[in-house]
Design a binder for this molecule. Sequence first.
Ligand code: CMP
Length: 148
Amino acid sequence: MEQTLVIVKPDAVARGLIGEVIRRFEAEGLVVCGLKMVWLAQKEAEGFYQVHRHRPFFESLTHFMASGPCVMMVLEGEKAIGCVRTLMGATDPAEADEGTLRRSFATSIEKNVVHGSDSAASAAFEIPYFFNRLEIIPVAERGETSLA
Ligand code: CMP
């Protein structure tokens, strides 16, 4: 089992797409094991995207991410990291496959609806950036209520 961090970005939250994003992930068998809404401060957005700090789009990206509330999720499943990335589609919606979240809903390469960890190393940084241990409830710890 793998865990990955997903962010429903401010553009998608503002457009009422939280439910549709979660629905698409759950429909593929991914399990929500952590969930919260957060309005990031500029510094928090900068810390999260620190790997991109030298990129020309860094300032614009972090302003966008701090422009309104996001929904943060930890999703769990077999090969969850790759599965989420397939369902999201390419970063640039013009290059995203038909049927992906970004192809369906993104309006630009920046306002691209959703973020997902791009590797196990990224997930290991990104999940604890937003969630503490008590806020993550893995499938294996759910006992009788587990669907798995
Ligand atoms: P995300 O998957 O969250 O990872 C980094 C984000 O930076 C990306 O989605 C986009 O929102 C944004 N991004 C990546 N490349 C560009 C670009 N060339 N111009 C503007 N924003 C970008």
